[in-house]
Write a protein that binds this ligand. Structure first.
Ligand SMILES: C[S@@+](CC[C@H](N)C(=O)[O-])C[C@H]1O[C@@H](n2cnc3c(N)ncnc32)[C@H](O)[C@@H]1O
Length: 286
């Protein structure tokens, strides 16, 4: 069977199984298998696949048809142009979180210019995508990354090594700020905490519901548990002129503002994602 034939057949199959963008996904799986950029497939449409290649692709396509995320099958996810290792212990980094990453590294770069040095905490680091990007974009900054999951910390460490910023990041495993043994003072705390209400999790797409770790999704009864915690506790870990930058879920903007204003934060901005939905909080200590 040729590359083109296999793409067409597999895309039909995935489409029947309810997978979104089936052709794109087949192409990405095949490109991964053949170790070539996806665009190069187009120059190889007539190439005949070997029996071994076909067998491997069938396995990939079957897994995708069972709604395993593409990124788990190929083992990486792209975030801000870098490839991050991912597995079932970490949330697959989402495109909108790149907006948070950019806001955070711009702030940290500015702070480094003013103070010569800066320090940030990535609360709930998961794959380490935010911590690694902060370290890469702000080479003089010291980054701390914390997560309750030791498996996630392991993946984040691997990503930091892979992107050559392991020396710049200190990892902490534990439940929220209890992960720290001593006093710390950050210029910036950045977080994309779990924000789905416990009840809603069962209604999510199978790729998310069955494959992202529950620890990364579950934000308690109303999804806002971590924002209450951060509103209450994070000021003790921020420099007096420090900033908090958070991602939150669609439709949560008003509740988030209320939670932070009640705790006497100055809400500087609530910003939208690529689809103009409000998704990010930028706040500073009062
Ligand atoms: C939504 S994921 C975000 C991962 C990554 N920062 C990103 O943006 O892709 C939330 C992360 O918070 C971690 N987490 C959940 N509860 C926690 C807690 N009590 N203390 C620290 N981390 C926690 C989860 O393990 C998960 O890695």
């Amino acid at each position: 069977m040729t590359v083109l034939e296999v793409i067409q057949r597999s895309a039909d199959f995935l489409s029947k199984k309810g997978v979104e963008s089936p052709r794109l996904h087949v192409e990405l799986l095949l490109a991964h298998l053949l170790q070539m950029p996806r665009m190069k497939l187009y120059l190889n449409f007539e190439r005949v696949l070997t029996e071994t290649e076909l067998e491997k692709l069938r396995d990939f396509v079957k897994r995708r048809a069972n709604r395993e995320p593409l990124q788990h099958i190929i083992g990486t996810a792209n975030f801000c142009g870098l490839e991050f290792l991912v597995n079932k212990s970490v949330l697959i980094p989402r495109p909108e979180t790149e907006i948070l990453a950019e806001r955070a590294w711009s702030f940290l770069q500015q702070r480094a210019k003013e103070k010569g040095q800066s320090t940030a905490l990535d609360f709930g680091t998961g794959s380490g995508c935010l911590a690694v990007m902060l370290a890469k974009k702000c080479p003089t900054a010291k980054i701390h990354a914390l997560d309750i999951s030791s498996e996630a910390i392991e993946v984040a460490r691997e990503n930091a090594t892979r992107h050559q910023v392991i020396e710049q990041i200190e990892f902490h495993q534990g439940n929220g700020f209890a992960a720290f043994s001593g006093k710390k003072e950050f210029d910036l705390i950045v977080a994309n905490p779990p924000y789905i209400s416990s009840e809603e999790i069962s209604t999510l797409e199978p790729e998310v519901r069955d494959h992202d770790p529950r620890l990364a999704l579950d934000g308690g009864a109303d999804g806002l548990e971590f924002y209450r915690l951060l509103a209450k506790e994070s000021r003790n870990w921020l420099a007096p002129d420090g900033y908090l930058m958070l991602e939150f879920g669609e439709g949560q903007a008003e509740s988030i503002r209320e939670i932070f204003e009640q705790q006497k934060w100055i809400v500087e901005a609530i910003e939208p994602d690529y689809t103009q939905r409000l998704r990010f909080l930028i706040a500073r200590r009062n």
